[in-house]
Design a protein around this ligand. Structure first.
Ligand code: FAD
Length: 473
């Protein structure tokens, strides 16, 4: 079988690429080993986790109403009903993708693909589906094979009590005591879900910080709130041994804590993800991988083999769905002969905890590492009428500003709904807005978007809602 564009992997990178290629009039075939389109994001990542986090957030908001004199009874949790509702969301979106693919006449093959050479994919049958084709010849192939959770063999368990993020999202039960190994965004998001559903959640993190790499001033308000929700947060701590004893897991921890041996009903291991690049037959082509296993690409997403392109998680950090989709579009446009390149000024990242953390563009941590001078202006949400009205004054919005041109080059937000607010910052940074442009754009009142204008006003020393004495007054 022949095709002009072969796309391997039907996640947010792969289907975005395949759909755009079809829209541009190309003959496209998408090879996916799963039954459904959507990849990790839709089936085992972004969407199911956000569906469960929506439930967690609502439970907490309702509890918070007690401060306003409105008290509800403790919620009755039915995990089976939650599972069904979450699966319905996923199924609806998967079905939508299937229809969109069919309408665009994207050829679909269910198989495990690997490169035989620079023009041919070998297709192996998966599941009970017999392979309709065993070879697919292409002019261009876009690899969008994504990533999978890092496994720690010492923490494997035959009983299923040690979960990865996929198992945790399946919500088999709400354990009494859950240990989350890894204080990254996936561990904290899923830990928050289980804590809201009633688990006593403890977190162990190897480094000295939750969310390593994220600006500390953004993490602090989250860490304070999590300290009240989680049973324990152990930093600079690692799991050194694990033994299953009947229904319980005995865990030995190494760190600055009194009780080195602790018992849990389940563990969630979320210590990172690795690219799916090993079984792609790259050795049969000129395409290369870097030392972490990511497929090496140029700014147009092309590998060292001119006919092979790579996008999304398999092509490097940050491993985020919107980055995958954007790269997919760049690769297709480049194949179509357009001058597209993947050179964003701002890739947003959101941690969907409560409060949320979001950032885009340059971070203070990166500026420090690069020895780059930036001016930082912060707006405390205690000065926001909207934050006061909803009782969420712990938030903070900050801009990073280039001292020479006074352009905004980075933004960080911690607070309720930060993930919805960061979009404005992405646009401002990407369009090269000056800090004055942010001030001169009228923001609706009373909303949390005003905190973006407020932080810009703080930079110029003219913030209506924040008084800063003049330095030389
Ligand atoms: P994937 O979505 O991983 O899709 C790759 C596809 O390729 C899969 O369907 C796989 O079956 C298929 N495949 C692999 N190898 C082959 C082969 N050889 N042949 C055929 N098919 C193959 N990102 C966000 O932006 N926001 C979030 O809120 C967010 N939350 C997350 C929560 C969790 C719990 C997890 C685990 C991830 C989350 N992510 C989030 C990350 C996001 O899911 C990924 O960045 C995104 O799915 C990457 O898209 P992709 O297209 O590169 O690959």
């Amino acid at each position: 079988m022949n095709t002009q564009i072969a796309v391997v992997g039907g996640g947010p990178g792969g289907y975005a690429a395949a759909f755009l290629a079809a829209d541009l009039g190309m003959d496209v075939t998408l090879v996916e080993r799963d039954k459904n389109l959507g990849g990790v994001c839709l089936q085992r990542g972004c969407i199911p986790s956000k569906a469960l986090l929506h439930v967690a957030k609502t439970i907490e908001e309702v509890a918070h109403l007690a401060d306003w004199g409105v008290a509800f009874a403790r919620p009755a949790i039915d995990p089976a009903a939650m599972r069904t509702r979450k699966e319905k969301v996923v199924a609806t979106l998967c079905g939508g993708l299937e229809q969109l693919a069919a309408k665009r006449k994207v050829g679909m093959i269910r198989a495990q693909a690997s490169l035989q050479d620079s023009r041919t994919l070998k297709l192996a049958a998966v599941g009970n589906d017999p392979a309709k084709h065993d070879r697919l010849r292409f002019e261009h192939c876009i690899l969008a094979t994504g990533s999978r959770p890092v496994r720690i063999p010492a923490l494997d368990s035959p009983t299923g009590r040690v979960m990865d993020s996929t198992a945790a999202l399946s919500l088999a039960e709400v354990p009494k005591r859950l240990l989350v190994v890894g204080g990254g965004y996936i561990g904290l998001e899923l830990g928050s879900v289980y804590a809201a559903l009633g688990s006593r959640v403890s977190v162990v993190e190897l480094t000295g910080h939750l969310l390593p790499g994220v600006d500390r001033d953004l993490v602090r308000p989250l860490q304070r709130r999590l300290a009240g929700k989680f049973a324990a947060i152990h930093l600079e701590t690692k799991v050194v041994a694990l033994a299953e004893k009947g229904e319980r897991i005995e865990v030995t921890l190494d760190g600055d804590l009194e009780q080195k041996t602790q018992h849990f009903d389940r563990l969630l291991v979320s210590v990172g993800r690795r690219p799916n690049s090993e079984e792609l037959g790259l050795e049969n082509t000129r395409a290369e991988v870097d030392e972490r296993g990511f497929v090496a690409v140029d700014s147009r997403q092309r590998t060292a083999e001119a006919t092979i392109w790579a996008i999304g998680d398999v092509a490097g950090e940050p491993m985020l769905a919107h980055k995958a989709a954007h790269q997919g579009k760049v690769a297709v446009e480049a194949i179509a002969g357009e001058a597209s390149e993947f050179l964003p000024k701002a890739i947003p990242a959101v941690v969907f905890t409560d409060p949320e953390i979001a950032w885009a563009g340059l971070t203070e941590t990166e500026a420090k590492q690069q020895g780059r001078k930036v001016e930082v202006a912060r707006f405390p949400w205690a000065a926001s009428g909207r934050a006061q009205a909803i009782g969420r004054t712990e938030g903070m919005t900050k801009w990073l500003i280039d001292p020479a041109g006074k352009r905004v080059v980075g933004c960080g937000i911690v607070g309720a709904g930060a993930g919805e607010l960061i979009g404005e910052a992405v646009l401002a940074i990407e369009l090269g807005a000056a800090v004055r442009d942010v001030i001169e754009s009228i923001h609706p009142h009373p909303t949390l978007t005003e905190t973006l204008a407020g932080a810009a006003e703080v930079h110029c020393g003219i913030a209506t809602d924040v008084y800063r004495p003049k330095r030389n007054a």
